[in-house]
Design a protein. Structure first.
Length: 483
């Protein structure tokens, strides 16, 4: 009796369609995979080879820029105290912002009707281009004819982590490839002994974390390689005691052979990344210390940047950025966090410009002297701007600060096909909204990719069934920005 019941139960499972698909999913997948592999074989598909994924590639058309140095001012510099002078703020200083200007915008730390706050910095016009800059940027004023200032930037995010992630990856969601990874994926690298994408950080942590230089769903060979502030730029470059170069080379050759065999079977691009990483680490044992040794730089060059050998700083990172691109590195990302001035914005601006203004301008001067500026694109800016209204909160100990402002902020660019000595865009009389030549983050990305030789709609990577790109489904070229 029990035996008959067991047979009936077994028969029911066998004839149930739901059970069939649940239990045989692996079998059906194997059948489909075998069919696909057979099709590839019939079409003459070759087994993957361990070729270097960073081999230089030709872009869609002739580029004006061959490499990028991105000076990212994390925390969001106040455009109203640096670039976008508004006399009307002085006129209405201390009065609440009119409701018709606010248009329902909410803020993280202030009321929408907070009092207007005029800058305490003096502004003056500089260069043949007659650009208006704050007294807090005396060194940038010396190269203002070599840069393009964009006063009409706008973004979709008003908190630091999503704002930084959007600026670097084109999305507020984590998991997308960063700008540097897209560039490296598209162009490859001309650096044989150094990573093609190097990250230098002169300040503390970043709200967006490692996602700001991660490769997302691209193979990890395209992610940024952070260099340390002191000592060996990358940990464990030096051989342990008793390990000779010959011993290491023989070990690496064996590991490489095993990985290449595995790659030929599996076709996993991460295996190629592993091979590349081992070989790059071996070559960097000599190239990285040479890169970090600035003793051969002239005293005039060190003075130009304000860099002190052996002392980590933003100035030293700017100098290292120039040395990196001289050695073929495709993308150098400098992070400098410290611009989040919710309180004492005047003192905060003075502190940060004292650390960054001289070196930023020196980088432009140095690249120009060496003939590198014409095909090196330099980008400067943060994740959003700061409010025309004051932030004051006794509970947080804050006074005379500015809150986050996504509607309008300023960035500047130089070199690499940029139209120099121009100012693009305008904001309203209070610096709240963009009223002319609005440039969204996606538009900036599309334009920079164009300068690097890419149609931003065609630089794609297929993932989870669809083609992704840096600008996703948006992005318009900023023609005025390009020479």
């Amino acid at each position: 009796m029990n035996y008959s019941n067991e047979l009936r139960s077994e028969y029911a499972r066998l004839v149930t369609r739901r059970w069939f698909f649940r239990q045989c999913g692996v079998g059906l997948g194997s059948i489909a995979l075998s069919s696909l592999l057979a099709t590839d074989k019939a079409a003459g598909a070759a087994a993957p080879k361990a070729s270097d994924p960073l081999t230089p590639h030709a872009p869609h058309f002739k580029p004006k820029a061959k490499r990028v140095i991105y000076l990212f001012m994390a925390g969001a510099p106040s455009q109203l105290d640096l670039f976008d002078y508004k006399p009307a703020l002085a006129k209405y200083n201390g009065k609440p912002l009119p409701p018709e200007v606010i248009m329902g915008q909410k803020y993280a730390f202030i009321r929408p009707d907070a009092a207007l706050f005029a800058t305490e910095f003096k502004f003056a016009r500089h260069g043949k281009c007659d650009a208006e800059l704050s007294e807090a940027l005396p060194h940038l004023a010396e190269v203002v004819d070599d840069i393009a200032i964009v006063k009409s930037m706008t973004t979709d995010a008003f908190n630091h982590a999503p704002g930084q992630v959007l600026m670097q990856t084109g999305s507020t969601q984590f998991g997308r490839p960063c700008f540097g990874s897209w560039v490296l994926y598209g162009l490859g690298s001309e650096a044989h002994n150094l990573p093609g994408f190097v990250v230098l950080n002169s300040a503390g942590g970043l709200s967006g974390g490692s996602a700001l230089f991660g490769s997302g769903f691209l193979p990890t060979v395209y992610q940024g390689v952070p260099f340390r502030k002191s000592g060996d730029p990358v940990l464990f470059l030096s051989n342990p005691s008793g390990v000779t170069d010959r011993m290491q080379r023989r070990t690496l050759d064996l590991v490489k052979d095993l990985n290449e065999q595995h790659l030929s079977v599996m076709g996993d691009p991460e295996i190629a990344t592993r091979i590349n990483s081992f070989e790059m680490a071996f070559r960097m044992q000599s190239s990285a210390p040479e890169l970090m040794d600035v003793s051969k730089e002239s005293s005039d060059t060190l003075k130009l940047y304000g860099a002190e050998p052996g002392k980590p700083s933003f100035a030293m990172n700017c100098l290292l950025a120039r040395r990196l691109i001289e050695r073929g590195v495709r993308f150098v990302q400098l992070f400098h966090e410290g611009w989040d001035h919710h309180s004492e914005v005047v003192n905060g601006i003075k502190d940060q410009t004292a650390k960054t203004d001289q070196a930023s301008a020196a980088l432009i001067k140095d690249l120009k002297i060496r003939g590198l500026l014409q095909d090196t694109l330099v980008v400067w800016g943060g994740e959003f701007g700061r409010t025309p209204m004051v932030e004051a909160n006794a509970d947080f100990g804050r006074k005379w600060g500015r809150d986050h402002h996504p509607q309008a902020f300023t960035m500047w660019l130089a070199g690499g096909g940029i139209n120099p000595g121009i100012t693009i865009g305008e904001t309203d009389e209070l610096g709240f909204h963009v009223v002319k030549d609005k440039v969204h983050v996606h538009d900036l990305h599309a334009t920079i990719l164009k300068l690097l030789g890419f149609d931003h709609t065609k630089l794609t990577y297929r993932f989870q069934g669809r083609d992704f790109r840096l600008t996703d489904v948006e992005g318009e070229l900023v023609d005025k920005l390009m020479a």
